[in-house]
Ligand binder design. Structure first.
Ligand SMILES: *[C@@H]1O[C@H](CO)[C@@H](O)[C@H](O)[C@H]1NC(C)=O
Length: 439
């Protein structure tokens, strides 16, 4: 199948992108801080301790659990914006009130990346004098809570393949009727948090289980060294054989590389090298990526989806900076076309994919832009950042930032994912100026 590329828009990349004045990046950074404080205050006033904010109606709701999700997810941002008093207070509140002894069935994947990750990074910040965020009288309570949470997640790993169930009940373990089908990303996105939990507690089981899950997936790869999208965790049979770098698979690749960087375990790097090489060979239609049948390599979906947008950042980590720049340029052309990236964009038609028209304030393309800027120092990426920030301001609602329900009309809907504060608005703790880097 021939893949027509949406390359006209890619050529318009430089349209409207003027260079940044030197003082401008510092001002833009203040805009991001303002967006953070405005939204954080709004969450605390209208939604906390519920999970997430409804930024149009100025209210809140529990979404993934009942665990003050947005606050837990955003703790490290309080540290990054330098707000030690609010960070301290939040850590102390969570140390006292967060309790996972609940008859509640939660997503293993989301609980791990947002809650486990939030607790562990906050613990590291709170317990270390050198971060400037040492919390007075802190005695590792968040680590104890994370350890308890980890133990409540362990029953999910009781499968013949080592690949975990997608959901677990925090009080009762895995329900008899729980689905045996999980997606590759859900089984392969645990190693960073579980590895950290093991290293900090001295309890090796978490790191071992997360690694076994990854190997359970990888050992079932196709002859092309590709993994599918969905797998039966009992039989190990792939139930959905589309391979790709986006939806359902994305962070499987990301975690192989980042787990290696964080934990120093060479096996992750070895798997990453093979997996990455195969993805570049079979999924890339330069500069885009498509979805192919994992066994035959034939194209199934010529689609860009917004979860693919982390890939240029990963390419930077893999040392493929030039390819990363090309991919980023293509993906950003979609952003420029609509002002946001739709969940799905059809490469043959050069149009939004039916039913995949929203932009839930995702961070992936922004992270890739940051990684490319760090690698190249090319000021074009600061200008890209400015354009993205301008776009995000269009999603500003009375009490926060709202999911864009349709990127064609910019109509908003009344929900803000916790990752908007935790990831999309991520700033770094020193001035974001060209040529200046923190030590
Ligand atoms: C810290 O955050 C709180 C809550 O948003 C705010 O009231 C306070 O002014 C902030 N302090 C600093 C130094 O930014």
């Amino acid at each position: 199948m021939k893949v027509l590329l949406f390359s006209v828009a890619a050529l318009l990349y430089l349209r409207c992108i003027g260079a940044l004045r030197p003082e401008e990046s510092a001002l833009l950074r203040e805009d991001v801080r303002e967006a953070f404080h405005f939204t954080y205050d709004s969450y605390m006033r209208h939604a906390f301790p519920l999970d997430e904010l409804r930024p149009i109606s100025c209210s809140g709701m529990d979404t993934l659990g009942e665990y003050a999700l947005t606050l837990v997810d955003a703790l490290d941002m309080l540290a990054l914006v330098g707000n030690a008093s609010e960070f301290s207070q939040s850590v102390q509140w969570l140390a006292k009130n967060l309790d996972f002894d609940k008859d509640l069935t939660v997503s293993l994947f989301e609980t791990n990346i947002r809650v486990m990750g939030g607790l562990l990074s906050a613990h590291l910040l709170a317990s270390d004098e050198s971060t400037g965020m040492r919390v007075p009288d802190y005695r590792g309570e968040l680590l104890d809570i994370a350890h308890d949470l980890g133990q409540r997640m362990l029953p999910a790993f009781n499968t013949p393949t080592g690949i975990p169930y997608g959901a677990v009940n925090l009080k009762h373990g895995v329900a008899a009727f729980e689905s045996r089908i999980t997606c590759t990303a859900a089984g392969g996105t645990l190693a960073i948090e579980f590895g950290t939990l093991s290293r900090l507690t001295g309890n090796p089981i978490f790191e071992a289980k997360a690694k076994a899950a990854l190997i359970g997936l990888w050992s079932r790869r196709s002859e092309l060294d590709l993994v599918g999208a969905h797998i039966n965790i009992i039989t190990g049979e792939w139930t959905h054989r589309d391979a790709g770098i986006g939806t359902s698979i994305d962070s499987f690749y990301e975690y192989l590389m980042k787990a290696y960087i964080l934990l120093g375990d060479d096996e992750y790097l070895d798997i990453f090298r093979e997996a990455y090489q195969a993805a570049e060979m079979h999924l890339r239609r330069d500069p885009w990526y498509v979805e192919v049948n994992m066994n035959t390599g034939s194209v199934v979906w010529p689609v860009f989806n917004s979860l693919q947008a982390f890939w240029p950042g990963l390419q930077v980590l893999a040392g493929d900076v030039e390819a990363a720049a090309r991919t980023h340029r293509a993906f950003f052309s979609v952003w420029q076309h609509y002002g946001f990236t739709p969940e799905g964009f059809h490469l043959n038609r050069g149009a939004v994919h039916d039913g995949q028209v929203s932009y839930p304030l995702r961070p992936e393309l922004i992270e890739s832009t940051y990684m490319l800027y760090k690698a190249t120092r090319d000021p074009i990426y600061l200008a890209v950042g400015r354009e993205m920030l301008t776009s995000l301001q269009r999603a500003r609602a009375p009490c926060g930032y709202a999911r864009v329900a349709d990127v064609r009309t910019h109509q908003l809907s009344d929900h803000m994912e916790s990752f908007f504060l935790a990831e999309t608005l991520k700033v770094r703790p020193t001035e974001l100026l060209p040529g200046r880097d923190p030590p």
